[in-house]
Design a protein around this ligand. Structure first.
Ligand SMILES: C[S@@+](CC[C@H](N)C(=O)[O-])C[C@H]1O[C@@H](n2cnc3c(N)ncnc32)[C@H](O)[C@@H]1O
Length: 226
């Protein structure tokens, strides 16, 4: 597996000064990536379940996409992850001041930094980078794609926004695929569990080692049953 703490500062990111080992861009404080433990969880989930068609909102620093891409490469598996971001957090340099706005930033430094990093890592062919907003742009972005066996949601952290993100992608997820929800503590999980039961026939549970009290940011996941 990529040695992230050594590699990312050299590419375009700095490591956060906490034990979770998240990364950020050099030019702004937000977005903040998934943790190293969550990277490992995604990497192992993809390899153990032979996943090959990923969808993600949102790209952020690119780290969560890179976890999926690296797993594909290391298992010699054909596939890719389609990732979308409006780059609004970077523009606002905040993880919540953009709530209620629908900006899409088309000339962000972050987008170019991720593309460069993917090229340097030799992972460019596994990641389809998209600029857009969920849920409004999801239909046109995933149109004519095969259904996904992996969905990772880490965009606007409100219960209503998460429900909108899940609902937009639900028709495009395969049975037996996986849905991952980052930062579960930010949501009304009773409401989210009800929605997931309705959409996927299952409810999310905590990913091992990825709780707030451990090495993650409360990553939850479920296997799609319908
Ligand atoms: C916490 S970060 C994602 C971190 C990413 N998973 C990583 O590992 O670096 C959240 C991202 O969601 C994006 N975002 C927020 N609301 C969005 C929306 N409605 N559609 C698309 N992207 C959105 C923000 O611009 C930000 O980059």
């Amino acid at each position: 597996m990529i040695n992230l703490p050594e590699l990312f500062p050299a590419l375009y990111c700095r490591c956060e000064h906490n034990d979770k080992g998240s990364v950020r861009f050099l030019h702004c404080d937000y977005p903040i990536s998934i943790s190293i433990a969550e990277y490992e969880f995604i990497y192992n989930l993809v390899r153990e379940n032979y996943l090959h068609a990923g969808y993600e909102v949102a790209t952020g620093t690119g780290l969560s996409s890179i976890a999926f891409a690296e797993a594909l490469r290391d298992s010699n598996q054909f596939g890719y992850i389609l990732t979308v971001d409006s780059y609004v957090e970077e523009a606002e340099n905040s993880c919540n001041s953009y709530f209620g706005k629908s900006s899409v930033i088309r000339d962000s430094k972050g987008f170019n930094a991720i593309r460069t990093a993917l090229n340097e890592l030799g992972l460019r062919e596994y990641v389809d980078l998209n600029i857009g907003r969920s849920p409004e742009d999801v239909g046109s972005i995933v149109e004519s794609r095969e259904a996904f066996d992996y969905v990772f949601i880490d965009a606007q952290h409100t219960t209503d926004a998460l429900i909108a993100d899940l609902t937009a992608i639900a028709p495009h997820i395969l049975k037996d695929g996986f849905v991952l929800i980052h930062d579960a503590h930010c949501f009304d999980m009773e409401t989210i569990n009800g929605k997931c039961g309705e959409l996927f026939g299952n409810v999310p549970r905590p990913a091992p080692n990825c709780g707030l009290d451990r090495r993650g940011y409360n990553l939850h996941y479920l296997k799609v049953k319908k």
